[in-house]
Design a protein around this ligand. Sequence first.
Ligand SMILES: NC(=O)c1ccc[n+]([C@@H]2O[C@H](COP(=O)([O-])OP(=O)(O)OC[C@H]3O[C@@H](n4cnc5c(N)ncnc54)[C@H](OP(=O)(O)O)[C@@H]3O)[C@@H](O)[C@H]2O)c1
Length: 266
Amino acid sequence: MQIGSRTRAFVTGASRGIGRSLAHALAQRGATVGLAARSTSALEALAAELPGAHHPLTCDVALPASIATAVEDFVAAAGGLDLLVANAGIAHYEPIAEQGLEMIENMTAVNWLGTVHTVQAALPYLLEQGRGHIVVMSSGAGLRGFPGAAAYSATKAAQRMFAEALRHELAGSGVSVTIVYPGEIRTSLHDHERGRMPEWYRGGPDAASPEALAKRILKAVERDSRHLHYRPFVKGMGMLHGVSPGAADRVLRRLRGDSAAPRRGR
Ligand SMILES: NC(=O)c1ccc[n+]([C@@H]2O[C@H](COP(=O)([O-])OP(=O)(O)OC[C@H]3O[C@@H](n4cnc5c(N)ncnc54)[C@H](OP(=O)(O)O)[C@@H]3O)[C@@H](O)[C@H]2O)c1
């Protein structure tokens, strides 16, 4: 699909980070954007600063009824839906032996089940129309697990498999799916845990920009790409891990130090 002034796009996690950059990129192309997240004031401020008329939609993707109402309200206000971006997410990095079950349940509810709730809320509209596109925001951590990120990686791998199957399931329906695998992007995702990030982590001021990623996502949608890895290192790492996890261990140790793959041998 081409993105332009007739595109009606619904973006979850639009109040900050990657979702906010996507909202900017979409609005600059003339699209009407449904801005979904929990922080009403941030969404209203964003809607006011974007060119064009957009729709702030307060909702919680962990709650099926909440996201369903937000999608319904957007469809009523915008007159339909063409592009859905299931981007909302949270991260808690901690060794599993120390991580509370509540954190794991929260990540599961928002990242993984939140994606299911979002897609199930929007899919009937896209199918009825017979065209549309879904973007699922997974992560490089869904391609290769990292120590300290076991539960987060699991939610991102769940999104990956869900979206891979969905892309095939929707063959012939006019609706397609692109899966995005970002590496470390400069956002507030880990702001609450900056003091305890693993040594291998390279996020922060030097990480890739969400604005550059947003532009690449729009291109991937227009090309109907199966997936987008950003930056390209993520693709190389995922491919190498698929062929030889041991070789991926060695490369990661060289690039990120021993903490990235501390167990040696087979
Ligand atoms: N940054 C990275 O390095 C990176 C790398 C790979 C993948 N990702 C993925 O990219 C996505 C966006 O993350 P980000 O880096 O942009 O993080 P961010 O700056 O923290 O933004 C996260 C967004 O998700 C929203 N959100 C969180 N919980 C929600 C809920 N229950 N219901 C609705 N919205 C919710 C937040 O808004 P409210 O708090 O207002 O609800 C916010 O808009 C996530 O899925 C993340 O896993 C990020």
